[in-house]
Design a protein around this ligand. Sequence first.
Ligand code: TPP
Ligand code: MG
Length: 603
Amino acid sequence: MGEMPSGKITLGRYMWERIHQIGVDTIFGVPGDFNLQFLDSLFHIDGLKWTGNQNELNAAYAADGYARVKGVPGCFVTTHGVGELSALNGIAGSMSEQVKIIHVVGQTTRAMQKNHMMIHHSIGNKPDHQIYNKASAGLRYAAAELWDIETAPAEIDRVIRECFLKSGPVYIFLPLDLSSEQVDASLLDKPINTEPDVNKAAQEKAVKAITDALQEAKRPTVLVDAWTQRFAAVQEAAALVRKLNVPFFSANMGKGVVDESEEMYVGVWNGEVSTPGLKEVAKAADLVITLGYIPCDTNAAGFSRKISDSTTIHINPHDVVVLGTTYPNTSIKSLLAALTSALPSTPTHTIPKPTLPRPRTPLDHAATHLTQSFLWPAIENFLRAGDCIVGETGTSNFGLCDITFPPRTRFITQIYYGSIGYATAATLGVECARLELSSSHSSAEESGRTVLITGDGSMALTIQEIGTMIREKHKSVIFVINNAGYTVERLIWGARQPYNDIVPTSYAHLLPLYHHPAPESSFHRVTTKEELTAVLAKKELQSPEHLQLVELVLDKLDTSWRLGTQLAWRSEEHRKYLTDEGFVDTYGGWGLEGSAGGDVKWS
Ligand SMILES: Cc1ncc(C[n+]2csc(CCOP(=O)(O)OP(=O)(O)O)c2C)c(N)n1
Ligand SMILES: [Mg+2]
């Protein structure tokens, strides 16, 4: 952090100083005439950097990726109306997935607002300039609707604190004229308290209830999920599973939150869509402790991970539910630390780690062309410790959930909100954050790489952000699955319908379009298994000096078994649809034992 300013500073400067103080070093966004002046003041702050985006939706996604990796809010700036509205889908994703975001909106001046002036970007003859602010009201935890210079600094501080406590988006609406008014720089001396208040009495009660239940249990297990990461409790979760020393699992969204290289880690417990043997081990538990659990369809295999209240403890971000009884007003990070220290140093349970059956052999193992069943194990071998893996909605997320991650992996993906295009633009923010964090590592190997795996349909939505990555000299490795369209949608409905096709794209032209410095050696097209093996071994991908783009040509009816099985599980009719349409059935029978369809009412 640079020298603290003294005397009077503008409100714009005050806002950036506050945002920088909480650990934000990169600001994303798109300029507009209602934010330009206060954008200038961020360049006066040592260590604070502007990374402009190709559009506001991408800015929101990039800020989201940044926040997930750095553990501090992602921050981006837009302009009145046109800019702030374009970002809304990204903001909703951060709301849905509990990602800390500060969205700064440069608004029209207060005089323009009071006089309902017909300023560009407004609607009607007597425009309400706050109409766009109202549009985002349900998609944020707090908003500083700044108007008065006396209260503005405290309002900014309030929403920054809320951003940490709620772990989600907050807004700062800043009328352009107000941004240049002056406030005391001494207000910066006292840092914003971003820690939640801990109700010790509530925490003690909850810890006691959990330890009592653990005493009773013969075969407890733990299921780690993503809110643990969003609410900054990763280390506490790792300490807990180590001290408990019982076999534990992750949900799809919780992959990599606790290292998969941990001694007692078993794998991804995804209800009926789990590798053979795994769900039997999970079901044998007489007590399940969930950490930061998200039981949505895409994270619970179509609601097929049945866990009953009477045998479950949910440790949620703000409360704990022990066998159906709720203990409110807790905070996951502090609670996990207290729980771990309350456990005996010699583990109560001695449950050996289960031995699972050997991996199945895919029916298409003899094919020479590239297949999904060959791709994912190859990606597993390619990944290494410290990598940030960004996965996209589509076949790629399901493939990624099928492989084991090396230590210190961070998995960035929107499995709940699932807005396609997210992953490509988020990759920009992920790499910015990874580089900021890795400046403390001694070697490039230790700090890993940023690896994006996305689909052709998804990438099309946000493809321009690759230009920003090239401009920023990022060295991320990007894999795009070219399977001629929306395969995941084909699996759901309309296998061969034209609405599931996309515009054929020549990926070889992408890097030159954005002035990539070495496009020939950085673009790789793969159609066979042999080519994939050769490309993954190249030094350009192992230790990239420039951004790398790998086009993976796959059949449009090929899918990762996890996705096929999740859909086949819905009903016998759907299983038949998949077979009749000729989708690749990796292991036969769609990987299901017995008949499909649970008791979920889908319609
Ligand atoms: C913004 C948005 N629009 C539409 C959808 C619906 N949708 C979900 S997945 C998908 C297709 C993804 O295709 P692709 O990225 O090519 O992945 P594939 O399954 O082919 O690997 C679509 C259109 C969505 N989730 N988000
Ligand atoms: Mg596709």
